[in-house]
Design a protein around this ligand. Structure first.
Ligand code: DQA
Length: 144
């Protein structure tokens, strides 16, 4: 069975209570169970991680191929806009990487308009709330 790595970046552990008008009321647990249900139906295995630490995310991406993952679904959260290290890890990892965002980063503050990750990702899905994740997973399943 193929394995997909799902990475949630900083502060996404707070979904449900964090700025619900922007990010919705679903908790991360709920989003993860939606993803797991979808993965089960499509007969793929998901390993889901959340980290508030840039280096940990770099390590997860950097070890993904060696750990036999076929692709990565990532919401880099605030690191989207700041992390050259995560961008370089994505570029180097040798796997398809789909970037997702709950909110439409282009309709928000100017500092969110630029993603350092998008140019090195296979594709980006944003602005559909929790659905961005299930659409992202569907895109990955088409890619692998
Ligand atoms: C986010 C958008 C980012 O700008 C923000 O820092 C997040 C979440 C999203 O999913 O909409 O933490 O990645």
């Amino acid at each position: 069975m193929k394995k997909i790595l799902v990475i949630h970046g900083p502060n996404l552990n707070l979904l449900g209570v964090r700025e619900p008008d922007i990010y919705g009321r679903l908790t991360l647990e709920k989003i993860n169970s939606m993803l797991k249900k979808e993965a089960k139906a499509r007969k793929v295995n998901l390993v889901i991680k959340q980290s508030n630490h840039e280096g940990q995310i770099v390590d997860l991406i950097g070890h993904a191929k060696k750990n036999k993952f076929s692709a990565i679904l990532i919401n880099p959260a605030a690191y989207t806009h700041t992390s050259v290290a995560i961008r370089d890890a994505v570029a180097a990892c040798g796997l398809s990487v789909v970037e997702v965002h709950l909110s439409n980063i282009h309709s928000r503050e100017e500092f969110r308009h630029k993603s350092l990750i998008s140019p090195v990702a296979s594709g980006t899905i944003l602005g559909f709330g929790a659905k961005s994740y299930t659409l992202g997973l569907a895109a990955i399943l088409d890619l692998i």
